[in-house]
Write a protein that binds this ligand. Structure first.
Ligand code: GLU
Ligand code: MG
Length: 458
């Protein structure tokens, strides 16, 4: 950030104040997502928005090593308490929060005191990956599905607040006001909602949004989560995005949809390859597919993630891909006949919402970029549930389970030089330290204890 950029940001912020005040805004919150997937926030009175936009607010560097329970991990060099970063909001993304009266919010990027992006700022990392693609004439469009579970307030256990069936109209009726308020708030905040409905598990709901550029997709998914939580509190409900809220039953996924474009051409459609893939589209998907085991340490970042990532839960526990195959980690979606040029996308089902979405999308783009550079190709797709095949059949098809634990996924990340290069060593080191520390922390814990420890954190 140059001085001129700061001055421009201050004057843009100054010109926004009057309209924000007219909307009743008193404070502006700006947050980033840390390496454990938790939103960390600072806020200022509205009058200080120009200072916030130009010089930011201070934030400790130690946040890069904060575990899910705020413990600081693996920093024995005596430097944890030293140094400061600046959180600077993206003013173009500033919204008035409909479920938190008097507040506006904007996503922050983190900069060092020289005005350069912090080397562990996942939002700026994602922007850099987009730049690498742009230099090749490529863009990605992305969306993240949000699944969540509501529970009666007043208990740390999961207490189902409704009796309705999976996808049941009964559940939508029982929570009619709650769901309408979420929908209204999201739409008023400018989010392009595609669907909102009750999901499969007890107390589970889902919202799906339209695809946008990756940084915006990550900003949107955080705004959605903050909004859902705020509306829930007003209705006496607690919100959990944890992949396993209650140990029995299915969990919450955070499926990521991606498509690759050259100008206005979707490279996942209208081509000669399997399901209409174009060569670059297939290579992009193949890069992601090959790096999935290591990407899990980013996208399924907690010990609890692996209580969800099991066969028979539509979570994509197997390292295979296929057309509309809900048990494959990578699900190809071509859309209905005629809609393919705009609808075709790949869905990564194995990830969950404890992931930092900026970091996950940055990892996915880096993996896809690697696939394009190597002209990688996908293996044959699978058109049945992999769990229906025998061990011999899976072996013949070279289909394996994805990592079954955080420890295994972390080892895959530690061995992955492509991702380490894209993420940079400081960030990779933080991720490895945090994941290994969480594995050790839960070494003797039961599934119930693990689910309980993560249920309300994110
Ligand atoms: N809840 C499932 C999961 O954990 C996904 C269900 C669906 O396919 O939407 O990913
Ligand atoms: Mg779903």
């Amino acid at each position: 950030m140059q001085l001129a950029d700061r001055e421009a940001a201050a004057s843009a912020a100054t010109s926004m104040i009057r309209a924000l005040r007219a909307e009743g805004v008193v404070g502006v919150a700006t947050s980033f997502v840390d390496n454990s997937g938790i939103s960390r926030v600072k806020s200022v009175p509205l009058a200080r928005l120009p200072q916030l936009a130009s010089w930011g607010v201070g934030s400790s560097k130690s946040c890069d090593r904060w575990r899910f329970d705020d413990q600081i991990v693996g920093t024995d060099d005596g430097k944890t308490a030293i140094g400061d970063l600046r959180l600077i909001p993206d003013l173009e993304k500033l919204v008035v929060l409909r479920a938190q009266p008097g507040w506006a919010w904007a996503p922050a990027s983190r900069f060092n005191q020289l005005g350069e992006p912090h080397d562990q700022c996942s939002r700026e990392l994602l922007r850099r990956q987009m730049g690498i693609l742009a230099a090749q004439g490529l863009t990605v469009r992305s969306a993240i599905e949000v699944e969540w579970v509501i529970s009666e307030a007043g208990s740390d256990d999961f207490v189902a607040p409704s009796s309705g069936s999976a996808y049941g109209m009964t559940r939508l009726i029982e929570h009619s006001d709650y769901m309408r308020e979420i929908l209204a708030a999201l739409v008023e905040q400018g989010i392009d909602i595609e669907q909102i409905h009750p999901e499969y598990a007890s107390g589970q709901m889902e919202v799906a949004v339209a695809a946008e550029d990756p940084v915006s997709a990550a900003d949107t998914t955080m705004l959605i989560r903050h909004t859902i939580r705020a509306v829930g509190l007003a209705h006496g409900l607690r919100t959990s995005f944890s992949p396993k809220v209650a140990v029995p039953g299915v969990g919450n996924g955070g499926h990521v949809h991606l498509s690759l474009w050259r100008e206005d051409q979707n490279l996942l459609a209208s081509g000669p390859g399997t399901y209409g893939l174009q060569a670059a589209g297939e290579s992009f998907g193949a890069g992601i597919f090959e790096h999935l085991p290591a990407l899990l340490a980013i996208g399924a970042p907690s010990v609890v993630s692996y209580l969800r990532l099991i066969p028979g839960h539509w979570a994509g526990a197997f390292g295979c891909w296929g057309l509309e195959n809900r048990e494959a980690a990578m699900r190809m979606i071509t859309g209905s006949a005629g809609s393919n040029p705009w609808a075709a996308n790949i869905e990564l089902k194995c990830f969950d919402l404890l992931a930092n979405p900026y970091l996950l999308l940055a990892g996915l783009l880096a993996a896809g970029i690697d696939g394009v550079a190597r002209a990688a190709v996908l293996p044959d797709p699978l058109e049945v549930d992999p769990a229906s095949l025998s061990a011999d059949q899976l072996n013949d098809l070279n289909i394996k389970r994805l990592p079954i634990s955080l420890a295994e996924a972390t080892d895959c990340l530690a061995e992955n030089s492509t991702l380490a290069k894209a993420l940079g060593q400081p960030l990779t080191d933080s991720l490895l330290a945090l994941r290994r520390d969480e594995v050790a922390h839960f070494a003797n814990a039961t599934d119930e204890q693990i689910a309980g420890a993560l249920r309300w954190r994110h």
